[in-house]
Design a protein around this ligand. Structure first.
Ligand code: NAD
Length: 303
């Protein structure tokens, strides 16, 4: 790996999270090379930030010292980095030089990440997993929590890039550790949201005011991120616009459950929780905000 500081960053995936994150890199003075398969996402980004845009991952990667992926799943990340087949000319790795660094900031599956990292390593390219938490508001503010996995030297090299995106950088362990941590975080978050939503539905049937219930939860031991940041803001208001979709949350729960299965750890709560989110995701449809799990629960039939 070269010791030169990173100045030129390729950024692939300008969605709800990637767009504000890439904008913060531009603001911090990095020279940006962006790519997204959605022309609309690229246009939207270029309207507010300065960057060079490219048609393929390979073109975006060429000339960059670091490449960031912010894509829906680890499978998307793998396709962008390694291509659809070994000879795919559009693959990012064909544009990356030995000594360059790939940072996957998506919430991907840890074992898939390790395998992708091994493929990149054969070309002298280091990989970090650096998934984030905090959602769109903290992506905008550059105050994300970032959980990083990978080799120490690569992490140190990536620090100035990560510092432009987040305010808390946790070094978790070897490659894949960040993705394992992120899936487990989102399991806890998803379970907390379901518990809070169920409590509101039961309380209302009893005649309790859901706004007062939320105030009580937030002053009591039932408080969690969802009671603080989702119940009033996105559920009781009817906005349902947190910026995180139900299908992405469901993917994270599947990742957590697969990890537990691989490791042989019993999961009496995680598995039914994942099934509930799968059912909600199937009914609500892709792209729908994850806070709409409340509407799904509201319409469940009594058994
Ligand atoms: P999104 O669906 O809004 O954006 C994904 C972007 O990737 C889209 O612009 C899409 O066009 C692009 N894309 C998909 N496949 C591509 C490909 N093969 N080549 C090029 N571009 C491609 O998703 P998001 O909400 O920004 O989430 C991105 C990642 O971050 C996910 O892994 C998600 O789980 C994670 N995450 C999201 C949030 C959130 O609040 N939205 C918070 C933390 C982590």
């Amino acid at each position: 790996m070269t010791d030169q500081p990173i100045r030129t960053v390729a950024f692939i995936g300008l969605g709800k999270m990637g767009r504000p994150m890439a904008a913060n890199l531009a603001k911090a003075g990095f020279s940006l090379r962006v790519m997204d398969r959605s022309a609309e996402a690229v246009r939207g980004f270029l309207a507010v930030s300065s960057a060079s845009a490219f048609e393929t991952p390979r073109e975006a990667a060429a000339g960059s010292q670091a490449l960031i992926t912010m894509l829906p799943t680890g499978r998307d990340v793998r396709e962008v980095l390694l291509g659809r087949g070994p000879d795919d000319p559009a693959a990012a790795r064909k544009g990356l030089r030995p000594g360059s660094l790939v940072i996957d900031m998506s919430s991907s599956a840890p074992l898939l990440t390790r395998d992708t990292g091994q493929h990149l390593a054969t070309g002298g390219i280091a990989m970090l997993d650096a998934p984030v938490s905090g959602g769109v508001p903290r992506a905008r503010d550059g105050t994300l929590a970032i959980m990083v996995g990978g080799e120490w030297s690569a992490i140190e090299r990536a620090r100035p890039v990560l510092a432009a995106l987040g305010s808390k950088i946790f070094v978790i362990g070897p490659l894949g550790s960040g993705h394992a941590m992120k899936a487990l975080n989102n399991y806890v978050s998803a379970a907390g949201l379901v518990a809070a939503a169920e409590a509101l539905l039961i309380g209302q049937r009893f005649g309790l005011d859901p706004a007062i219930m939320t105030d009580v939860l937030n002053a009591s031991t039932g408080r969690n991120n969802s009671t603080e940041n989702k119940l009033k803001q996105h559920i009781l208001s009817g906005a349902f616009a947190s910026g995180f979709s139900v299908d992405l949350m469901t993917k994270d729960l599947s990742t957590a459950v697969e990890l537990a299965k691989d490791l042989g750890v019993p999961m009496p709560l995680a598995e039914p929780c994942a099934h509930l989110w799968q059912a909600a995701s199937a009914q609500l449809g892709p792209g729908v905000d994850h806070t709409e799990i409340y509407r799904f629960l509201e319409h469940l039939k009594e058994s």
